[in-house]
Design a protein around this ligand. Structure first.
Ligand code: FAQ
Length: 315
């Protein structure tokens, strides 16, 4: 038998209305959102590292200015998302501890290295492209603060994707070695970008997955495989425009389905990376912990300032 609180929640979900922080909600709904929003926030701040690696080496002042702004946007998205998670009654420090202790995940994609300048182009084009595909539906997520945060984040991501495309566009119109660099970056980032959408909807991995419940709650609006397909369909014409060959011999238009067919992601690699065994997992967390420790004085100063302002207001 359900109580009135449960009924209110179910009625709001059934009517496709937003759940707000003060509304009663099942613990499992709250936990699912804390998990997803925290992972998303962690991805944004860990995601600053691969591109941050190129700020000192960007090939021109213009590229450097754009890259700094992009990485700063990612920090902003992280802060926005931690604030959204806090509306669910969890403390930001607790979330950061969980990230640092490996108890919460961040996106698999950020465990791959940025070896050349073209990787900044590939990240913008493919990784931000995948992020947008995943996040536009989240603007209609049933949890109000998350849905609203996604609106601004998506606008910024679409700028990020264009700047990535433009980096690759210029490289593809450059020298032979610049074209080779762009192609190599696309070769290395294509499959990890497809894996960003999460494990397939069917098979072993799907059994322990969250999709069915998250879709019933209006958190997820599309399954992982549906978003992956939409992403492939969007990217193939863009790759053709760039003159980049996507590294998949099985990629071809299927007129019956009205979609591109494509090959299978290496899911063993995906799970290996999630278990901590990717090229950069250890480096990413070590750098994050160090940045957090070195930033302690900033948090202390901000807290001292806030406390001083609060006392002044009382006087
Ligand atoms: N990496 O049942 P599902 C960005 C985990 S974009 C790591 O499908 P769910 C922008 C999943 O957590 C990237 N883990 O789970 C940017 C679960 O494990 P758990 C961030 C993954 O939650 C661009 C298990 O596998 N975007 O940062 C991944 O329903 C450039 C089973 O999976 C978001 O986080 C993965 N790729 O669906 C920044 C978007 N995929 O938690 C800088 C919001 C799955 O039980 C530079 N999140 N797992 O231990 C989502 O939409 C969902 O959480 C999914 C996963 C779709 C990622």
């Amino acid at each position: 038998q359900r109580d009135a609180v449960g009924d209110d929640f179910e009625a709001l979900i059934a009517a496709d209305q937003r759940i707000e922080p003060r509304d009663a909600m099942p613990d499992t709904y709250r936990e699912t959102l804390i998990r997803q929003i925290a992972q998303h926030a962690h991805s944004e701040i860990i995601g600053m590292q691969p591109e941050g690696n190129w700020i000192t080496r960007a090939p021109s002042l213009r590229r450097k200015a754009i890259l700094i702004a992009k990485v700063q946007d990612e920090a902003g998205h992280g802060l926005y998302l931690y604030s959204a998670a806090e509306t669910l009654g969890i403390d930001r420090q607790e979330l950061l501890d969980r990230l640092h202790d490996g108890k919460q995940k961040y996106s698999s994609i950020f465990n791959y290295p940025t070896l050349t300048w073209a990787d900044c182009g590939a990240i913008g084009w493919l990784v931000d492209g995948a992020a947008i595909m995943n996040q536009v539906p989240l603007c209609r997520c049933s949890y109000g603060p998350y849905a609203r945060a996604m609106i601004r984040v998506c606008k910024e991501e679409s700028f990020h994707q264009r700047q990535g495309f433009e980096i690759l566009w210029n490289l593809m119109r450059g020298t032979e070695s610049q074209r080779a660099m762009a192609q190599d970056a696309a070769d290395r980032w294509w499959w990890p970008a497809l894996a960003m959408f999460g494990p397939p909807d069917t098979g072993e991995a799907a059994k322990g997955g969250h999709t069915a419940q998250s879709m019933a709650w209006g958190i997820k609006r599309f399954s992982n495989d549906d978003l992956r397909q939409k992403f492939v369909d969007m990217m193939v014409p863009q790759a053709e425009k760039l003159g980049i060959v996507l590294p998949d011999p099985d990629l071809r238009w299927n007129p019956e389905r009205g979609h591109y067919d494509f090959g299978e992601v290496d899911w063993d690699e995906f799970w290996r990376v999630l278990r901590g065994d990717g090229a950069c997992n250890a480096e990413r967390i070590a750098h994050r912990r160090r940045a957090h420790e070195e930033g302690a004085w900033v948090r202390e100063a901000a807290n001292a300032y806030a406390a001083k302002q609060a006392t002044r207001e009382q006087q």
